[in-house]
Design a protein. Structure first.
Lengths: 354, 354, 354, 354
């Protein structure tokens, strides 16, 4: 059988660390490396010894040999690129978040429905071994009713690429919520069955750093590039709030930067029979009481690479038609919730969703 | 000078572990031990070798020798007893919470204003050495602007006296919020200058235990007495919420019982220049960044007993007329906030305070 | 109601460390302290401030006020004393092992049946909190079928009272099996439902020490008194074997003394769904696999003193007529098994039980 | 001198990880790589850059240039292949176990005796540095009389290649005993002088997994290939028993899979003067008491690769005629013992050997 032909659109960090290595191990062939920075596309061709460098994605929209694309660009062009490829009959795996706001995400969903092609979002935790072990326990009723979830994604000092695309709202759509929170909220929603949000009250802050005091911001290392003091910092580095859903309530605290001791990256799932603390990106521990004794256990298991799982599932569903948990339709639950969090923070009032 | 004569109303745990020992070390004399359970009052007289046993507080209202009382009863009679003594010209130190709800607390405040006698509430953290060290740092501007506070008062399995007065709403007024939360909220308010709450959204749960499944509740030890399975459990054992104030936002998670690993009892004060984690009842650590280095420090200091401080301040202010931070007027801020938390939880909507 | 009157027969270590303190906390009254060494009986009266010293138990057999006795003597007189008291209408709690061999134990059972009085054996683990937590899990089916049990009661160097009553077969009936093994086997039998043994193959050794080389035996401390080099050492200090029962197989290794690193005192219960390691006298850990993840948990719980539980249950069953798991009838299962182990070791062949 | 020419029969895991690398470092030349799966033989030729690929071992039986073979096939064809090569005048190093049962092993011994060629079994521990250090201490009398040995070869969850050749009795002859136990028993026998077994009582179980519930078996990783749920699982994964020999007694517990915490792979040698714990595949510690002090010591030494030692000794003995401890004659002791263990388990009774 002919191998699926894919293109990688945007050859930055997430492409090189996740999508490209996974495609190279998969049954597909990388046909194009595309980046508006020509050096990046060229470097990928040279490094991986395959594919062709392209600097403008429009050039490959009409290639009948091309089956699918990974969209690994900044958030602001997720929508247009994904819709263009869908309209030209290509399947799309778009990195998270789907778009900068709900309105754009709805447009993407519409394009998917009209084209009938696959549009998956890179909610990679849905392909994580530990997360799925935990979800299985939840689905089997081990925890009883999960009535509350606490999400902590707090870091001491780790604003990414100060003054760059992550901190420029026009490009990214937001700060820590859209960068890290989207993963935490999607993971929670996946585990507890994608319940709809009913009320959302949140507050966002940009207190440790803003355009006025970027030079005063202390850090020990900075991923996504060194600071650009001529750039922009106009996004939130902290969000906190309280959410009521059709399922559990969710309390969240997320910070790229906060004056705290250590990174606290975990999610507590609190159930009537048992609870779990999931260390984000790692293992989880379960807690329960029985017969006046308290139990605590951290299961050991063999993990597979979640990016490879995500890519393989994407390639597979193109051929089988299976609808994955990363489908744009499922993603709307989180997209609506994210929008409500930002809306509530702006209004300084609770938002009630119908 | 003649020694102040005091009466202890209610001779249970808090009286014996805190108020009585503090009075015995003070300049005052305990004139009466009062309890409606005669054995308790008698036992106190025998044990401490002073005072007179009384079984009905009305008997001592008119004693002209009596100057002041500590009200150490269950919450449901705080109001009536405090008001009676105020009306009879006695000074009152009433254990926290002032009352079971805001309405009752307002009545108490009114009685204080009309009588002109002292009415302090047992918000003992305001007399804690560590808390005051931290408050001094806040007041000096060390943390910059405190923009957010996170309060965690979560315990794995520690519902007090299941089926007893703590878990019976008619007596206590509520569960973990009114028992532990009142201390945490008052402490926060004290540290950040008693700002008024603007919006409050909260959810309460009674999920690990209720009247239906009290026998299924697992625990390893239980303070405030063994379970009474014929008693009542109709209060919340978990509360979570998001609060906007005129100062910082507050996020809180408090549980008598939750399927978690360990007790997590702390408050994070997050400021623009620095942050602090206060271990409830213990020491605190400060965190800040400067010149691309991150600092962490746990100050050491000598502590004095906060109950003794509280009692001595009460006795002193009777004579000096000084208005303490534990005055009923200051307490109204927390009382309003507590009422709003319960109201929001009942309505499942955010409450907006004027 | 009149308090039960009890006598303690034998005022050595187990009486002073376990039976007497438990009676003092109980609803019963100690009427007599009896010991053939008068100083011991006298010392008990003086130390505990109650009871009367007796030096020959026959003197109190006919006391109509005496209700029950604890037999805390060396093993060789367990049988005669217990039977005498039963025949005189007294209830008996006899320390383990019931007797030195099966024949004597059968006689004791017969006397119990004829008298109708209580005869319980001091299998104190049946009143241990952790053991009962574990047994509850087994009974609820948590482990699936328990198909094998491994009992390790191995100590590096701890022969008790070299040359004394523990090492003199005429008095004790045997060595490590009858001293420690009886506890381990009884505990196992209790947990897995007292199944009958079908085949028994065992070997015993007295290799680190015997009458010839008692002075060469190295040790760091010795409980039950200092060595008596003029005494006797003619019991086994090591036993190992393989047992088939109507339930699980049992493999055992028990040594008072062996050239090993550390004490290894535990029991592994191996089930089809889960397994447990019980640390003798302590807590236990459970192990299981599910959905390709391995779980391990050590429950925490509050323990009560098992000697007090044992004494209280003994006193209670005298009045209620309840048959306890420590009844002589239940004890016959272990007594038969112990006899078979010694018989197999002597014959150097497997013993088949009908 | 002309180099010895060898053939490797069976190019699976043990050949590639042990025999082939050892031959490549030796004085011999690999002339043939033989495997009935042609790709395996071809791959070996390509990978090691020597030898010729053969797919049917009969083709090389008559090659006069061929001196010796390593038989690295599944157990079920050990016997026929070894005998064929012996009959054609070739020397044979056959992987352990010699054969699936005693009858076949006797046939192999007979063929060795008739041919006069070398037939060694791959009991590689007899060439292990640590094992030989320990054996030297035993032989020198350091431990006094070794009166008991405890062998623990227990793993939490490690059934190899579920449904494959390891778990198919027709191919392997048995489960954990024939796979791991053969190594442990042979090592013990080697160390204590190859004493004959007198009585054997054993029980085997297949409780965590069988053909009915292979899919329910939880594991974190699986060596010897992924599960084949259409394959067979009809061997024991657990064996336990008690053995009397002309030397020490042996107690054993061996499990590929058991609900325990950690792998427990060790052998305790218990002597009258001292004891040792040998960590299988690793170092050993000695324990002894002297003058009321207890000693513990873990000797350090330089190890050589035991597979290389085994291969070199094999090649050397071909030329010198020396009879190695891995000779088929010595192996009969373990072969008889293994057969008796399986026979006892089947009969559920002790087997008495003459």
């Amino acid at each position: 059988m002919k191998k699926l032909q894919v293109a990688v659109i945007g050859c930055g960090t997430i492409a090189n660390s996740a999508h490209i290595p996974a495609y190279l191990k998969s049954e597909a062939e990388i046909r194009y490396f595309c980046d508006i920075i020509p050096e990046r596309a060229d470097a990928a061709v040279e490094k991986y010894g395959c594919g062709k460098a392209v600097y403008d994605y429009h050039e490959i929209l009409d290639d009948p040999e091309l089956d699918a694309v990974s969209v690994c660009t900044p958030n602001n062009v997720h929508k247009d690129i994904s819709i263009d490829f869908l309209k030209h009959g290509k399947h799309v795996l778009c990195e998270k978040p789907a778009a900068r706001n709900l309105e754009d995400t709805i447009e993407m969903q519409k394009a998917q429905h009209e084209s009938g092609k696959v549009l998956n979002i890179g909610v990679v935790n849905r392909f994580n071994t530990g997360v799925n072990k935990l979800k299985n326990l939840i689905d089997k009723g081990f925890f009883g009713e999960i009535y509350h979830v606490y999400a902590s994604f707090r870091s001491a000092r780790s604003i990414p690429g100060l003054g760059g695309m992550f901190t420029t709202k026009e490009i990214s759509g937001g700060g820590v919520l859209i960068d890290w929170g989207v993963h935490f909220l999607d993971l929670i929603m996946y585990c507890v069955g994608d319940p709809k949000a009913k009320t959302v009250s949140a507050t966002t802050y940009s207190k440790l750093c803003d355009n006025q005091n970027m030079k005063d911001y202390s850090y020990t290392s900075m991923w996504a590039g060194p600071p650009d003091y001529n750039g922009t910092y106009d996004v939130e580095e902290f969000i906190t709030g309280h959410i009521r859903t059709e399922g559990p309530t969710i309390n969240l605290q997320g910070a790229w930067a906060q004056n705290i001791a250590n990174t606290e990256m975990y999610i507590d799932f609190l159930g009537t029979k048992a609870g779990a603390r999931l260390n984000y990106g790692g293992n989880f521990t379960i807690f329960y009481g029985e017969d006046n004794a308290l139990y605590e256990s951290t299961p050991k298991y063999e993990s597979t690479n979640h990016f490879e799982n995500e890519i393989n599932a994407f390639l597979s569903c193109i051929q089988t038609g299976e609808k994955l948990p990363s489908h744009i339709d499922t993603n709307m639950v989180t997209a609506r919730l994210m929008q409500a969090l930002y809306d509530s923070a702006e209004a300084e009032r609770e938002v009630v969703l119908d």
